[in-house]
Design a protein around this ligand. Structure first.
Ligand code: GCO
Ligand code: MN
Ligand code: MN
Length: 386
C-alpha cells in the first residue's frame, strides 16, 4: 500500500545513499560504493530518480576516457533499474579551491574557475537528461565580514547566474535553475540564507523566468523558520522548481535526518501543501542515514523516507474527509459575504465607504476560533487514534 511508484517521483542524490558517514569528528564508517552500485541500491528500494553533483559521478581529476567509461557504466545502471536523472548540480564546496567560496570568492580566478566547472557539470547533467539544475551556494559566504564586500558578493553571484542562464540557452539544454538557500554550514554565514532571500534575489536576475527555488526542510529549520510557510511563498510565486526533503531539529547542526523522522506535524503540513496544490516536481530526499547504519540500514532509511511521505499523503486525504475536522475548519473560516464590498481591490468609493463603516470592535474582539479542538483532532489523526 505504501510502495513507491514512478508517479510519486521520489528521487535521491548519489551523495545521500552513498554518504559513507564521515563527519567533522570522525572518519567514514561505510565503504564507498560507486555510482552504478548506488543506482542498483536505489532500484532495489523503488526510487524513481537519482541526482548527482558532477564529482559524485566523475572524480574531479578523471581523464576524458575515464569520464566516458564512468558515464557509460552509469547509463547502463540507469537503464537496468529504470531510473531517471531529473536534476544535476555542481560541487562548488569540497575542493580546497573553494575555501573562500565559488561565484563569490574574492579571487577572480576562482570565480572564473567556478563558472567553468559549472558549465562542464551542466554538460554532464544534460547528457543524462537532467532538466533541473540546482545551485547550492554552500561556500558562498564568510566567517568574517572584514575582508569581503557583501554587496560585491551578491553582484558576483548574480553575474555568474546570468552568465550560466545564457550558457544553458546557448546550448539548448532547457534547464530550469533551482536555487537552494542555507543559513550556515559549512560557512559561518552563507549569503542569501533563506528561501525568502533567494526569492528576492531571483527577481534581480536577467532571466528570472528560468530561475526558481530548491528549498530544503533542514535549512529553514536550522534558521528556526516554518518550512511550510516558505513553500507556500515559493508556490505563490510559481517558483517551486524542486524540493529537498529531510528533517532536522530547530537550531542544531545540519542533521539531514530521514524525512519525517523529527517533526511529524510539520512534515504533514508540508505533504499537504505539496499534494493539495498539485506540485508536479521531484520529491527529492536530501538526507543521510545515521552514522551507525550499514548498507542494509541505508536501504531502510531510503524506504523510510518514501514510506513516511506516502503515509502522510494518506493522512492528508483522511484530514480532508474527516467531517468533524472539516466542520471546525468551516467554522474558523466562516464568511457570510457581508464584507465583500470592503475587501478585494481598491477604489476611492470603496475606501470612502470603508472609512465610514461602523465596526463593533468590542463584539469582533469576542469572536473565538476553535483551533485547540482542531489541533487536537489533527494530533489524534496523526497518532492513529482517529
Ligand atoms: C547541504 C546541501 C546539499 C545540496 C546539494 C545539492 O546541506 O549539504 O543541502 O546537500 O542540496 O549540494 O546542491
Ligand atoms: Mn542540506
Ligand atoms: Mn540540499
Amino acid at each position: 500500500m505504501y510502495d513507491p511508484k514512478p508517479e510519486h517521483k521520489f528521487s535521491f542524490g548519489l551523495w545521500t545513499v552513498g554518504n559513507p558517514g564521515r563527519d567533522p569528528f570522525g572518519d567514514a564508517v561505510r565503504d564507498t560504493r560507486n555510482p552504478s552500485q548506488l543506482v542498483d541500491l536505489l532500484g532495489e528500494v523503488g526510487a524513481w530518480g537519482v541526482n548527482f553533483h558532477d564529482n559524485d559521478l566523475v572524480p574531479i581529476d578523471a581523464s576524458p576516457s575515464e569520464r566516458d567509461r564512468i558515464v557509460s557504466d552509469f547509463k547502463k545502471a540507469l537503464e537496468r533499474n529504470g531510473i531517471v536523472v531529473p536534476m544535476a548540480t555542481t560541487n562548488l564546496a569540497y575542493d580546497p579551491v573553494f575555501r573562500d567560496g565559488a561565484f563569490t570568492s574574492n579571487d577572480p580566478e576562482v570565480r572564473a574557475f567556478a563558472r567553468q566547472k559549472t558549465m562542464r557539470a551542466m554538460d554532464l547533467g544534460a547528457e543524462v537528461g537532467a532538466k533541473i539544475y540546482v545551485f547550492w551556494g554552500g561556500r558562498e559566504g564568510t566567517e568574517t565580514d572584514a575582508g569581503k564586500d557583501a554587496i560585491d558578493a551578491l553582484k558576483w553571484y548574480r553575474e555568474a547566474l546570468n552568465y550560466l542562464c545564457e550558457y544553458s540557452m546557448d546550448q539548448g539544454y532547457g534547464y530550469r535553475f533551482a536555487l537552494e538557500a542555507k543559513p550556515n554550514e559549512p560557512r559561518g554565514d552563507i549569503y542569501l540564507p533563506t528561501t525568502g532571500s533567494m526569492l528576492g534575489f531571483i527577481s534581480t536576475l536577467d532571466h528570472p523566468e528560468m530561475v526558481g527555488l530548491n528549498p530544503e526542510t533542514a535549512h529553514e529549520h536550522m534558521a528556526g523558520l516554518n518550512f511550510m510557510h516558505a513553500i507556500a511563498q515559493a508556490i505563490d510565486a510559481d517558483k517551486l522548481f524542486h524540493i529537498d526533503l529531510n528533517d532536522q531539529k530547530f537550531g542544531r547542526y545540519d542533521q539531514d535526518f530521514r524525512f519525517g523522522s523529527e517533526m511529524i506535524k510539520q512534515a504533514f503540513y508540508l505533504v499537504q501543501i505539496l499534494e493539495d496544490t498539485g506540485y508536479s516536481g521531484s520529491r527529492h530526499f536530501d538526507a543521510h542515514a545515521y552514522r551507525s547504519s550499514d548498507y542494509e540500514d541505508v536501504k531502510a532509511f531510503a524506504r523510510g523516507c518514501m514510506r513516511t511521505y506516502l503515509i502522510l499523503k494518506e493522512k492528508v486525504e483522511q484530514f480532508k474527509n474527516d467531517s468533524e475536522i472539516q466542520d471546525l475548519i468551516a467554522e474558523a473560516r466562516a464568511d457570510d459575504g457581508s464584507m465583500d464590498p470592503h475587501l478585494g481591490s481598491y477604489s476611492s468609493e470603496k475606501a470612502k465607504a470603508l472609512k465610514a463603516y461602523p465596526f463593533d470592535r468590542s463584539a469582533l474582539g469576542k469572536r473565538s476560533k476553535p483551533y485547540e479542538r482542531l489541533d487536537q483532532l489533527l494530533i489524534e489523526l496523526l497518532l492513529g487514534a482517529r
